[in-house]
Every structure is written in C-alpha cells, then in structure tokens.
Design a binder for this molecule. Structure first.
Ligand code: 173
Length: 321
C-alpha cells in the first residue's frame, strides 16, 4: 500500500512538473492571408525574428505560411476555430466570420488613439464575442486604397468595367457602376494577364510585390479609406497564456505599433516607383476628388449600418472625423 501511494505521489509530482515546464515556453502558430512575398509578410517576419530572439524560454511564434497553408478568405475561420493561433489578415478577409471585420477600413484616427478612447476595447468586445478572437494589433495604417485601371476614365464612372475587389471596395465601386469580382490577392496577376478584369482595388503600396505593375496602366487619385492590416489571435489560445507570456506579447505589440508611421515613407517610395515604371495617374479636380472620397465613406458607413447598426454607430462616434 505504501509503495502504491508513493508511486502516486511521484506521478503527481511528475505531472505538475511537466505541465510547469510546458508553461515555460509556448509556441504560437501563425498564418497569413496575404501571399508570402508581400511587404506585409516580410515586415512581420522581421518582427517575428526579434520576437523569437527576445522571447526565448517565454513565447515563440512559428510562421507557417501564406494562402497555400490556409486560403485567404479562410484565415478568419482558422483563427476562430483554433486551427491556428494567430493570423496576419485584414478585416475584408474574414467577413464570413463577422461582417464587422471590414468596418475598420473606415478608421480616421490612429490605433494609438483608438487604444485610448475606447475604440480598441469596443472592437475587442465584438471580436471576442463574434469571432472568438482577440484583435491583437493593427500594424498598418496611414495607407490609403486606390483604384488601378487599364482603361482611361476622366470622371468617377466605372460603367462597363470589370474590377477586382475584396469586400473593402464593393459598395463604393458598385456605386460607380462597376461590375465587380472578388479575387484573393494571389490570383490577381493571372486575372490581369488573361484580361478577365480591367482593374483592381489595392492600397498605394504593394503592387510590385506580385508584379501587377506589369499589367497596370493608370492609378486613380485620390485614395480613400485606410488600409487595415492586423494580427488576430484565437481567444482561448490567448487566455491560455500565462501572465508573463501575455505581458511579453503585449510589449512586442507596442513596439510593432510604434513603427506604424513608417508606412508614410513607404507610400511615397511606392508612388515614386509607380511613376518611374510608367504608371500614369488620373487625377480628378478638387471638387470631384472631395465628392469621390465623401462618397467612399458614405457608402462604407451606410453598408456598415445595414450589417451591424449598433456597433457601426458606436464605432463611428469613436473613429470617424
Ligand atoms: O484584398 C484587398 O484589396 C484588401 O482587402 C486589402 C486590405 C488591406 C491591405 C491590402 C489589401
């Protein structure tokens, strides 16, 4: 009897010790909804390198890959169900999990301010409840979207044009008469090459990453909205972390967001690069430009109000100018 008891005691000690040692270091699995050879992914991979160096013995991130691992429009579900712990994504990629995800393109104040004025907490409440996820970090901002086309226009009229979209641009481009088709970033080049589309929506930066510049004649100015690219995390995975691990993760995120202003410089480099590569800009006059941007926000908010009236109204009061 004594021997059995002693064996039990040893077993209990062993189990406690092993779960303790597991809590020492956790590795989080991350995927990206953007293809691997895009700026957003290389930017985050640099961050992960530093994260893993500083997080030895505490917390590590294992970057699994891009849409070949999990298709672009499935990353939200993968996070929601815990198939992966973290996704690099934009809200437009997971409107199938919650339509609210796409509203964050409408923010007109920085994430630093959103964290202070309650917007970040409001976003997290909805992301927790509807998405089973934590809205960890917005690491791209200050980056407007544009329309890129291959047929010349002289006013915001897209009648007869077939335009590649993600949910970001849907209402706005349809309002201008476009025929729209949803295509994940990884398949846009082929669509351009085959002449299936006359143009596409994308931020000011990044069109060289996937060689779209080869198939792009014009960029429409001005831009509109603010590209939202972020890290979202499975809620149970986050809750499972120890206090020390959460603290480490949050400190790394603070450092990441502190660099957000760097996108302004990148945008200018991309504008210059586009001009050098022969992409012409179509500029509307001041009054038309203002009406164009106003229309973008009006369409965006009106769609948001239809999809999720209560959240849209509260969010608008916090993040619109
Ligand atoms: O696919 C897209 O055009 C899109 O939704 C997006 C969002 C943020 C950054 C880049 C692209």
């Amino acid at each position: 009897m004594k021997i059995i008891l002693r064996n039990w005691a040893l077993l209990v000690i062993y189990l406690c010790a092993s779960s303790f040692s597991q809590a020492q270091e956790t590795t989080l699995r991350m995927v990206s909804g953007f293809p691997e050879n895009t700026k957003y992914v290389s930017y985050i991979q640099e961050w992960i390198t530093k994260f893993n160096a500083e997080g030895k013995g505490v917390l590590q991130i294992n970057f699994i890959g891009g849409p070949k691992a999990i298709p672009t429009f499935e990353v939200g579900n993968a996070v929601k169900t815990g198939v992966v712990d973290i996704a690099l994504a934009t809200g437009a990629f997971y409107t199938n999990v919650m339509p609210e995800a796409d509203f964050l393109k409408l923010t007109q104040i920085p994430i630093a301010e959103q964290r202070k004025n309650g917007a970040y907490d409001l976003i997290n409440k909805v992301w927790n409840e509807k998405g089973n996820m934590v809205y960890l970090s917005r690491f791209v901002e200050n980056q407007p979207f544009h329309l890129y086309i291959n047929k010349k226009i002289d006013k915001p009229d897209l009648t007869g044009l077939k335009i590649r979209i993600s949910p970001v641009y849907r209402e706005f481009f349809i309002a201008q008469g476009a025929n729209v088709v949803t295509i994940p970033p990884g398949e846009v080049y082929t669509a351009l090459e085959r002449g299936v589309i006359d143009g596409y929506g994308w931020p000011i930066g990044g069109i060289f990453d996937l060689n779209w510049n080869e198939k792009t004649k014009y960029r429409i100015d001005p831009g509109f909205y603010d590209a939202e690219v972020s890290l979202v995390m499975n809620l149970p995975s986050y809750k499972k972390l120890t206090e020390a691990q959460q603290k480490f993760l949050q400190s790394q995120i603070a450092a990441l967001e502190a660099q957000n202003i760097s996108w302004v410089k990148y945008n200018q480099e991309e504008i210059n690069r586009q001009a050098k590569s022969g992409i012409q800009t179509i500029k509307f006059d001041a009054a038309t430009s203002k009406a164009y941007v106003d229309k973008a926000y009006a369409e965006g908010w009106s769609n948001a109000m239809k999809q999720s009236p209560e959240f849209a109204a509260r969010l608008k009061s916090l993040i619109a100018k």
